[in-house]
Ligand binder design. Structure first.
Ligand code: HEC
Length: 282
């Protein structure tokens, strides 16, 4: 998550990265790293534990969540309707529905905006549409490794490179990788966050998290639900060793293969180069 803040002079903009978002009360840190909004309209489950089944439900959860916004859509509707301009804009946007803003329209309007964040304008997309000059030899080799030797494509499904399964795109998957609590490769522990298990206590859900999209991934460090990895090199090292089990952690139900991938340094750089080609162009 990137925060920007005006300090002293309006011309001085300071940026810093937070591993986890700041909550509403006294900047208390939230449970997880804030996920990207890129391509959320193409997912069928929201939040790292898939607790919401639609973007409209996701809106209610965040606005009402005590640690996140601690607000209410009813209150928001009252405030919006107290401004004449907004009242009119809501009536224009929802013809035949007078009364300005109300909770379901706010949910729907925000969800509609989120659905617009899927530009498909990366060099990978241009290449797939026939402009074969868009990808370098290394990026193409990286794509082949991603789909082949490194097995990334068995969870990050093309073309969204998230857990929304083709060809029907009606289900978003969660997986158990055994993500550690910190970056040390010795003596660390599995991150204590139980993921989907905290919602449904089935053993296979222990430490299961939604498979995140890799589109624009070069822009959204830090990585994983707890933001443990600061770079794609660190993420690649984790996968190359066989995830949590490969690091020697006790993970009961890891769905990621614990076999080492045996990727060379050059192959790792090629996969990272391919992920860079998933950055949307303006
Ligand atoms: C078994 C399924 C699976 C495989 C195989 C897999 N991933 Fe993932 N990937 C996930 C899941 C699930 C997450 C989210 C985990 C979390 O946040 O704890 C994730 C997260 C990531 C992230 C961080 C995303 C973010 O926004 O924080 C990157 C980068 C990534 N994977 C790249 C890869 C690459 C590269 C490969 C191949 C070397 C790969 N993945 C193989 C399931 C998988």
């Amino acid at each position: 998550m990137t925060r920007n803040c005006m300090m002293h002079s309006p011309s001085l903009m300071i940026f810093w990265h937070l591993t986890k978002g700041a909550g509403i009360s006294n900047g208390r840190v939230l449970l997880r790293n804030t996920p990207t909004l890129n391509y959320v309209g193409m997912q069928r489950g929201f939040f790292y534990d898939l607790k919401a089944g639609s973007l409209e439900d996701q809106v209610i959860d965040v606005v009402h969540h005590r640690q996140e916004m601690n607000g209410s859509l009813e209150q928001a509707a009252l405030i919006i309707n107290s401004r004449k301009g907004y009242h009119r804009l809501f009536n224009n946007a929802y013809p035949g529905q007078s009364g300005g803003a109300d909770p379901w329209k706010i949910q729907h309007a925000i969800a509609s905006y989120l659905r617009s964040l899927s530009p498909f304008s990366s060099r990978f997309d241009l290449y797939m549409r026939g402009d074969h000059k868009q990808l370098s030899a290394d990026e193409k080799a990286g794509f082949n490794l991603f789909m082949g030797k490194a097995k990334c494509g068995s969870c990050h499904f093309a073309p969204l490179f998230n857990g929304t399964q083709s060809p029907l795109f009606i289900k978003s998957e969660a997986e158990v990788l055994g993500v550690p609590a910190d970056t040390d490769t010795t003596g660390t522990m599995i991150d204590p966050d139980l993921g989907r298990y905290a919602l449904y206590a089935y053993p296979q859900y222990k430490h299961a998290f939604k498979t995140a999209t890799l589109r624009n991934i070069t822009k959204t460090a830090p990585y994983m639900h707890n933001g443990v990895y600061k770079s794609l090199e660190q993420v690649m090292d984790f996968y190359n060793r066989g995830g949590g089990t490969g690091l020697g952690l006790k993970v009961d139900n890891q769905t990621l293969s614990s076999a080492q991938l045996n990727l060379t340094k050059a192959e790792i750089q090629q996969i990272i180069a391919f992920m860079g080609a998933l950055e949307d162009l303006p």
